[in-house]
Structure formats: structure tokens, C-alpha cells
Design a protein around this ligand. Structure first.
Ligand code: AMP
Length: 211
């Protein structure tokens, strides 16, 4: 067992990018590496029973390409992360948290300030929206994602990203944001993300720890 103290806030990396930029892919790969724990907010929403009030709310908003209201989203996230800590799936004293899909706007970022210490924000940038839409349509068929199947919803998801999510980059500021070219092969994107992690003091400390 490690005797590392529990940090006051979860040490966190954010993966940020427009729909189709590869956040989920990168999050899953990182989460498969020891000492990284991945949580995708969209997956938490998709796991809800659609007969519940919150499940219904998710279907209502996501089918329009809109964000679920902030208060219920952050509450759901808090409950979910607490379960992961309580069941020792996520061990905050030795694991980094990798979040994808949350926070999704500045309000959520402010709400979550008490929970997470954001070490780095990886911005998966791909200005080519035609390429992103192509990826989404491909995913819609493969993963049965109804919100990626409809052209108008896809365009609304991009608009929501531009208007609500992108300002998060400014909120966290240049020092913490790393720009990554999301049009590269997934392995190269991962390489760039890892490069951004390994220069961090928090990483070097963890590396020294015997667990
Ligand atoms: P994603 O799988 O991350 O693309 O999310 C799918 C949908 O879930 C989004 O279009 C939103 O409707 C909803 N959603 C996921 N994460 C959030 C969030 N942090 N805040 C509000 N809505 C979210």
C-alpha cells in the first residue's frame, strides 16, 4: 500500500476538443495506463436509465446537440466520481484523473474548482469541421450514437462547442493549455499528450514514488 497523502483536490488532466476530435479515444488509452483514471462525462450520461427524470433530460438535450444544465451535470459527476473513489477504482492519492467532456463551459469549470486541480488542458484542435463531421457520422453507425447521426444536430454540437466550451481555454490560461493537432494519427496525438505530462513536476514526483 502507498502511504501517499490524499490530495485536497484531484490532480487532473482535461482533454478538450470539438465533437469528433478524438477526446474519448485518447482518454480511453490514457486510462488504460496505470496511475491514470479516465472519466468521460458523456459515458456517465449514456449509462443512465432513460426512464429516470435525469435520463430523460439527457435524451432531451443531447438529441438537440445541446448541453445538459450545469447544476445537474456537476452533481451527477460528483456522485459518479465519489463512487469511484469509495470503490477504490480511482485512487486520488496515487492516480491522475483524466476528464473528457467535463467541464464543458466556464460555469462548470468554476463549480468544479473545489474538486479538481487542473494541471494541464490538452486542446485537441482540428479546424477542419468537414473531417470532424465525417468522423462523427462514422461513429454514429458503429456506436449507435443518435446524436451523431443527424446533420443538423452535428452542426449544433459544433456551434455549442464554439460558443460554450472553447472559452474554457481562456479560463485556464496559456500556461496550462497545450495545443495538440488532432488531425494527426491517434498514436502521435497520444505521444504529444504524454510529452505534455512528463515535463510536469507532479508527474516527476509520482514517478519517484514506490507503489
Ligand atoms: P459527449 O459524449 O461528450 O459528446 O456528450 C454527449 C452529450 O452528452 C452532449 O452533447 C451533451 O448533451 C451531454 N453532455 C456530456 N457532457 C456534458 C457536460 N459536461 N455538460 C453538459 N452536457 C454534457
Amino acid at each position: 500500500m502507498s502511504d501517499a497523502p490524499k490530495p485536497a483536490r484531484f490532480r487532473t488532466f482535461l482533454i478538450l476538443g470539438a465533437p469528433g476530435s478524438g477526446k474519448g479515444t485518447q482518454g480511453k488509452v490514457l486510462g488504460a495506463i496505470p496511475r491514470f483514471h479516465h472519466l468521460a462525462c458523456g459515458d456517465v450520461f449514456r449509462s443512465l436509465d432513460t426512464r429516470t427524470a435525469l435520463g430523460q433530460k439527457f435524451v432531451e438535450y443531447s438529441s438537440r446537440g445541446e448541453l445538459v444544465p450545469d447544476d445537474v451535470t456537476v452533481e451527477l459527476w460528483r456522485e459518479n466520481i465519489k463512487q469511484r473513489v469509495d470503490s477504490h477504482m480511482f485512487k486520488p492519492e496515487i492516480d491522475f484523473l483524466v476528464l473528457d467532456g467535463i467541464p464543458r463551459n466556464v460555469e462548470q469549470a468554476e463549480y468544479m474548482e473545489q474538486d479538481i486541480e487542473v494541471l494541464r488542458v490538452f486542446h485537441l484542435s482540428c479546424p477542419d469541421r468537414t473531417e470532424l463531421a465525417r468522423r462523427l457520422r462514422k461513429r454514429a453507425l458503429k456506436d449507435n450514437r443518435f446524436d451523431d447521426a443527424n446533420e443538423a444536430v452535428i452542426q449544433n454540437r459544433f456551434a455549442t462547442y464554439e460558443a460554450e466550451t472553447k472559452p474554457i481555454l481562456e479560463h485556464y490560461g496559456e500556461d496550462r493549455v497545450i495545443q495538440i493537432d488532432a488531425s494527426q494519427a491517434p498514436a502521435k496525438v497520444l505521444y504529444d499528450i504524454l510529452g505534455g505530462i512528463m515535463t510536469l513536476e507532479a508527474w516527476k514526483e509520482l514517478e519517484k514514488m514506490k507503489i
